[in-house]
Design a protein around this ligand. Structure first.
Ligand code: NAD
Length: 355
């Protein structure tokens, strides 16, 4: 049985990906410091897997700790070697992800987002683990036109968070070049992940970052926030609000699975792939769909544009479709329905925490 390490695997995207990996027969080790997630998520992942496939003992493991602790990380790789379940591949989600926070505290962002990767790459090298999928982001691109972005677009992030993602890609590429007969690497550049697992048992509930639109909508519905802020009403788009590419988190999880299988089945390679739907949705369209699908009201107000925002951020996803034979299966209505189910369920179980 192949063991895959997911760093940050109790976070939003990691937890959904763990489900997809185990369903496909991989063993998964999660490492997470819990800086932006809760240990209950581990029990919730187990619950979903138990409902879907029965007994899952000896398939899923969790070690709590900070990935920057190299000695500790080496011990974990050694432990899995010793029990004849060597870590063969890593999906590296761990990191900090708030653009706003990164502007206020860039040093912390550089420290966490770069040192986690440096430690990880060095330990992977030592243990001859050469398959890596890295969580990158559309923030690496220079975005100044209302056109879909392809992987060969200009790379020029607008904030420290984006800089850390691009720096990670550069480090990883240099490591690949140093031993290109062995490394198999995919940088996945996510667009706007949202939605939740269709069980409603796991979803997006960040402890420290509140800026993504779906958690904010849910907080409005939960009456923690009176109205949803919309940043700018005169963007050069069809209704004046920003256009984004919203991708269902389970489609994203399945993209990781497809990338992992691709790395297993192909020669050493270094890939950059956009993971998005290729469809642009405006903020007003999103609000309308969410309200209609879930029969609820989302009061909103217009406020000033945020520094570094762009009118139109949509993926050209033809490369990933062609390379991985993956494509998104879920649409905006599914995203809205699944977010709502997660919200209702977690409220019932008091999981949806007032932070
Ligand atoms: N969610 C998005 O909109 C989005 C978009 C593009 C890229 N990404 C990237 O995808 C990855 C996952 O995003 P997410 O939305 O699941 O974020 P998340 O915050 O929910 O998950 C990240 C996890 O990493 C853990 N972590 C952070 N620092 C750590 C450390 N030093 N050691 C061990 N664990 C640590 C956190 O506790 C958390 O559980 C991140 O790297 C993020 O930058 C996210």
């Amino acid at each position: 049985m192949k063991t895959v390490l997911t760093t940050g695997g109790l976070g939003y995207i990691g937890s959904h990906t763990v489900i997809a990996l185990i369903n496909r027969g991989f063993n998964v080790l999660i490492i997470d410091s819990l800086i932006n997630s809760k240990s209950e998520t581990f029990n919730n992942i187990e619950k979903i897997l138990f409902n879907e496939m029965g007994e899952i003992k000896e398939k899923l493991f969790f070690r709590k700790g900070d990935l920057r602790n190299k000695l500790w990380l080496e011990n974990i790789f050694q432990e899995f070697n010793d029990k004849k379940q060597p870590i063969e591949a890593v999906i590296h989600f761990a990191g900090l992800k708030s653009i706003g926070e990164s502007i206020l505290n860039p040093l912390n962002y550089y420290d966490v987002n770069l040192n986690t990767t440096l430690c990880l790459l060095s330990v992977m090298s030592k243990f001859k683990c050469f398959k890596l999928i890295f969580s990158s982001s559309a923030t690496v691109y220079k975005i100044d036109k209302n056109e879909k972005i392809s992987e060969n677009g200009i790379l020029s992030p607008l904030n420290p968070y984006g800089n850390t993602k691009l720096s990670n890609e550069k480090i990883i590429e240099d490591v690949f070049k140093s031993d290109d007969k062995r490394w198999k690497i995919a940088n996945l550049r996510y667009f706007n992940p949202c939605g939740a697992h269709d069980s409603g048992i796991i979803g997006e509930n960040p402890l420290i970052n509140h800026s993504n639109i779906f958690p904010t909508i849910l907080r409005v519905i939960n009456r923690e926030i009176e109205k949803l802020p919309i940043y700018g009403s005169d963007w050069p788009t069809k209704d004046g609000t920003c256009i984004r590419d919203y991708i269902h988190v389970m489609d994203l999880a399945e993209a990781h699975l497809a990338a992992l299988i691709y790395l297993y089945e192909n020669e050493p390679t270094y890939l950059n792939l956009n993971i998005g739907t290729g469809t642009g949705i405006s903020v007003l369209e999103l609000i309308k769909t969410f309200s209609n699908v879930n029969n609820c009201q989302i009061p909103y107000y217009f406020t000033e544009k945020r520094k570094g925002d762009a009118a139109f951020v949509v993926a050209n996803n033809s490369l990933v479709i062609q390379t991985l034979k993956w494509e998104p299966k879920r649409n905006l209505k599914d995203i809205c329905k699944d977010s709502w189910r997660w919200f209702i369920k977690s409220k019932e179980g008091s999981n949806f925490k007032n932070n």
